[in-house]
Design a protein around this ligand. Structure first.
Ligand code: GDP
Length: 459
């Protein structure tokens, strides 16, 4: 598909007014189509200027009338993102300008790009392998600093190099087996057998490490689901707002205002969190509120971290003990004393800490979340173990890596059982093919199409 005859175009920036909006083109006629819709300032035409520079001029609509003052740049394949000729028009981020500009590009011969089609072309033209293309998606969706660092390293080829190393070592093992097959009368000496098993075992170990990174990949992708629970007025919505940094949930003084669960993402203590603010947990006669309480319990059951909030300025109740106990039994829980800026009510003689979870004090009012940050980063320590980018971030990668590992295990089993080299070769070949799927060397077109369809249009 690298010889796509058509030239694609799309608005590559988010919809809505903004400072800058970009129209993007890729394909054999990209520069010609850009020239039809762009009049550079000065005598020189676009193509008379060097590629990869910004040229100032007017964006023209279908009728050739100027509709914006823009910057245009073009690149010639194969030295471009997609590997084809490309052009970009950096306009003012005015939705009307962008749609008139896009219309003009279509009129000049481009067609609307499908979701992810620019990156798909980059993959098909060998500019990116599949793991790198997936990293582009991860980068767009990253919700933490660490997620960005991993995705950026993966985009730069960290995972691909790792897989390439395993691949090369297995090809080496194959070469040995092939040599044995070529001289069937000679037995492989035990020393050689041991060496081959060791080589396979090393690569099994590498895959074990990669597979162990899946949980980290999932955490970076989805965030830790974190339920915020507590009695009405404990300060749940206020804490969520402080954590997220803006007024997301409605804060009122009327108990029971948060009747549904509210979800928000944030990063705290370096950990990406999916916060779930819940209705205050209390017995209630109001059916709508009761529904909210049921959802709150469900959120708690599904959470990977539970923050149990207790108002430190008021006497704690037996209900608070019960909730903390319930939470601690379901997931790692942190007792969060709220409203730390107010004078504290006497704490009960009975210690909450005996329930076995750590306790921190916060104030949403003064935005003091330091203790909570520390506690969360201790509960989900940062990567010390995985080099940036050398982690598996989605189910497709995990499945392919585990198939490769299974095949290596089978090959080792066969080797140890004294099977013939040809039986072993099938297993090693299968491992190679699974690794090839990871980087996209040997992957079905419908699978790649599904991967790119998840991207946004214009990427
Ligand atoms: P929720 O029902 O648990 O969601 O509690 P809210 O977040 O709606 O807060 C209940 C009341 O406590 C509101 O009047 C808030 O302004 C107040 N509140 C919440 N957090 C703090 C805090 O850190 N300090 C002080 N002084 N008041 C707070």
């Amino acid at each position: 598909m690298s010889a796509q005859g058509d030239t694609i175009a799309a608005i590559s920036t988010p919809s809505g007014p903004g400072a800058i909006g970009i129209l993007r083109l890729s394909g054999p006629r990209a520069v010609e189509i850009a020239e039809a819709c762009f009049r550079p300032l000065g005598a020189k035409g676009l193509r008379e200027r060097p590629p990869r520079t910004l040229v100032y001029g007017s964006l023209l609509d279908q009728r050739g009338e100027a509709i914006d003052q823009v910057l245009c740049t073009y690149s010639l394949g194969p030295a471009s993102y997609t590997g084809e000729d490309t052009a970009e028009l950096h306009c003012h981020g005015a939705p009307m300008v962008l749609s008139l500009g896009l219309e003009a590009l279509f009129a000049a011969g481009a067609r609307q790009a499908r979701a992810g089609e620019f990156t798909q072309r980059a993959f098909l033209n060998g500019r990116l392998d599949l793991a790198q293309a997936e990293a582009v998606g991860d980068l767009l969706e990253a919700r933490s600093r660490e997620g960005v660092r991993h995705a950026a390293s993966q985009l730069a080829g960290a995972l691909s190099r790792k897989i390439g190393g395993i691949y090369a070592a297995l090809v080496d093992v194959m070469a040995h087996f092939h040599a044995v097959l070529d001289y069937p009368d000679e037995d492989i000496d035990p020393f050689r057998l041991e060496q081959l098993d060791e080589a396979l075992s090393d690569q099994e170990g590498e895959l074990n490490t990669l597979l162990a990174s899946c949980a980290r990949g999932k955490l970076l992708r989805d965030g830790v689901s974190c339920a915020i629970v507590g009695r009405p007025n404990a300060g749940k919505s206020s804490l969520l707002n402080a954590m997220v940094g803006w007024e997301r949930a409605i804060v009122t003084e009327i108990p029971g205002t948060t009747r549904d669960t509210v979800e928000e993402q944030c990063e705290l203590g370096g950990v990406p969190l999916r916060l779930i603010d819940t209705a205050g947990l209390r017995e209630t006669g109001d059916p709508v509120e009761r529904l909210g309480v049921e959802r709150a319990r469900k959120a708690m059951e599904e959470a990977e971290l539970i923050l149990v909030l207790i108002d430190a300025s008021r006497p704690a109740l037996e209900e608070d003990f019960a909730l903390l106990r319930e939470a601690a039994a379901l997931a790692p829980a942190i007792l969060v004393w709220t409203k730390g800026d107010l004078p504290a009510a006497p704490r009960p003689v009975r210690s909450f800490e005996e329930i076995g979870c750590s306790a921190v004090t916060v104030s949403a009012k003064t935005q003091d979340l330091d203790e909570l940050c520390n506690e969360i980063s201790c509960a989900f320590p940062q990567d010390l173990y995985w080099s940036y980018g050398q982690i598996l971030t989605n189910a497709r990668q995990e499945e392919a890596a585990s198939r490769a590992r299974e095949a290596i295990r089978r090959a080792r089993g066969a080797l140890q059982a004294g099977m013939t080299p040809d039986a072993l070769l099938t297993d090693v070949e299968e491992a190679l093919s699974a690794l090839g799927e990871l980087t996209g060397q040997s992957v079905r077109e419908d699978i790649t199409a599904r991967i790119f369809a998840k991207f946004c249009v214009g990427k």
